[in-house]
Design a protein around this ligand. Structure first.
Ligand code: ZN
Ligand code: ZN
Length: 181
């Protein structure tokens, strides 16, 4: 049975961003997508001292009670994410799935006090969708300097990567994806 990658809006999310993520998933993973109907309340994951949202708690909400035809679950958010041992996270994923979340908060130029650059912002979002969803299909961090699976702590490192998986990661990914299509 064919399944879908379900996208969740975590809080207020620009519809253009959801669109961008859906197109990226169809292009890079060649899987169909759907927008999840279930609403997720962010309030219980807010940490008022840090003024950020607890990533792991939010991810737990995303993977709760998934639709029967869900292959993977991706939560997109504009809010800033953390886990107790890190100052911030771009995203968090479960290796081999089913769920992942991604924050675009620190992918925007205005976060760094710079004028918006829509093209580069969208490029960052696509790279991070590939990266986090890649984890859910079993891909681990890659040492190829331009592979989308290279780990990035800072946004500059995201900019250095390409919008491609290296040959090795692409091969491992396709082995996982082929039976799902
Ligand atoms: Zn990663
Ligand atoms: Zn790679």
């Amino acid at each position: 049975m064919a399944g879908f990658v379900y996208l969740f809006r975590l809080g207020k999310v620009d519809p253009a961003l959801l669109d961008l993520a859906e197109r990226c998933i169809r292009d890079q993973f060649r899987l169909p997508t759907r927008i999840a109907a279930r609403k997720i309340d962010l309030a219980p994951t807010f940490d008022s001292v840090r003024n950020q949202y607890h990533s792991t708690k939010l991810l737990r909400e995303v993977i709760t009670d998934p639709p029967g035809d869900a292959l993977r679950l991706l939560g997109l958010t504009e809010v800033d994410l953390f886990i107790p041992i890190f100052t911030f996270l771009f995203g968090e994923a479960q290796l081999h799935g089913p769920g992942t979340i991604l924050s675009v908060h620190r992918l925007r130029h205005r976060f760094y006090g710079l004028p918006e650059n829509r093209d580069q912002f969208h490029e960052r979002v696509r790279k991070e969708v590939m990266h986090e969803l890649g984890h859910t299909f079993g891909l681990v961090h890659c040492f190829d300097p331009v592979c989308a699976m290279r780990s990035s702590t800072y946004v500059e490192e995201i900019d250095l990567k390409s919008e491609e998986f290296c040959d090795g990661c692409r091969l491992r990914l396709e082995e996982k994806l082929t039976p799902l299509r």
